[in-house]
Design a protein around this ligand. Structure first.
Ligand code: ATP
Ligand code: MG
Length: 269
């Protein structure tokens, strides 16, 4: 699915203040691509995602899926569109009272699938995310990485065309982050799926995305292919994100060099 955001604006008004979280944002997400949206805390990433995923309506501007306008749809049409959208979040948002299998089954029950098809699809999805046979596991018995795998299985069970990820790896350690990104890339390679990943980690953009948009203070301040933006970042916020990962890499390199000097053998993987 191709997604087009055109001049989106969103202001939230509370008793105390009024905040414009999304300011005149226009972006194109090509069909079947993996797109990263990066920005600091409070930049407006989640607000933008809620507009793109039709959870909220913009004050101004329009959202198009494959050229059809989809903001402000009537309820019935909106519910139909929602079946084309999968979402995963930082805190997994699983139902703790349901087993792993029943979590994956949930959107299929909503969509009116019959029991036999649901059981078969749940089995298939658990195998796809590397948790075969865990249908009956209570959510509380799963690790963070396993919970995110269940959330991915649940999001993709109804065969959506879009997967929105809001900080999906932010609660995970680096190794598990790597595994989850690999899983998303593997699934993406085998499905027709547009993936939009919101993150504040440049590593996620580098390791999983083809395109990137940098958001700051409600505005898009930079956009392009990941290789172009990494090669010649133009905005100071982009440069800051890039220098953060370079510093992390340098500190890993210097730690490895130190250990090697001390006579340790270091496996760089
Ligand atoms: N429902 C809401 N009501 C009032 N203000 C809101 C609402 N949602 C977002 N905001 C405000 O809009 C701005 C952008 O918030 P948003 O959650 O989109 O940022 P973010 O980039 O996702 O940040 P984070 O990385 O911390 O998740 C913030 O100032 C926030 O307080
Ligand atoms: Mg957010």
């Amino acid at each position: 699915m191709q997604i087009k955001l055109e001049h989106l604006n969103k202001t939230y008004t509370t008793k105390r203040a009024s905040v414009t979280a999304v300011k005149d944002i226009s972006l194109d997400f090509p069909d079947n691509a993996i797109i990263g949206i990066i920005g600091k805390s409070g930049a407006g990433k989640s607000s933008l995602l809620r507009l793109a995923s039709l959870l909220e309506t913009p004050d101004k501007g329009a959202v198009y899926y494959d050229g059809k306008r989809v903001d402000h749809l009537p309820k019935k049409e909106l519910n139909r569109r929602r079946l084309e959208i999968g979402m995963i979040f930082q805190n997994f948002n699983l139902f703790s009272s349901r087993t792993a299998g029943k979590n994956v089954a949930f959107p299929l029950e909503l969509a009116g699938w019959n029991r036999r098809d649901i059981d078969a699809r749940v089995h298939e999805m658990l195998a796809l995310v590397g948790l075969e046979g865990r249908e009956r596991s209570p959510i509380s018995t799963l690790s963070g990485g396993q919970k995110q795998r269940i959330a991915i299985a649940r999001a993709l069970a109804p065969k959506p065309s879009i997967l929105f990820c809001d900080e999906a790896t932010s609660a995970l350690d680096p190794q598990t982050t790597h595994e989850i990104l690999d899983l998303i890339k593997k699934i993406h390679a085998n499905m027709n799926l547009t993936v939009v990943m919101i993150t504040h980690q440049m590593e996620v953009v580098r390791d999983a995305c083809q395109y990137v948009a940098v958001i700051d203070n409600g505005y898009v301040v930079e956009r392009g292919t990941v290789s172009d933006v990494f090669k010649s970042p133009e905005h100071s916020v982009t440069r800051e994100f890039l220098s953060n990962i370079r510093q992390k890499e340098l500190s890993v390199e210097s730690a490895i060099a130190y250990l090697q000097n001390q006579g340790y053998e270091v496996n760089k993987k």
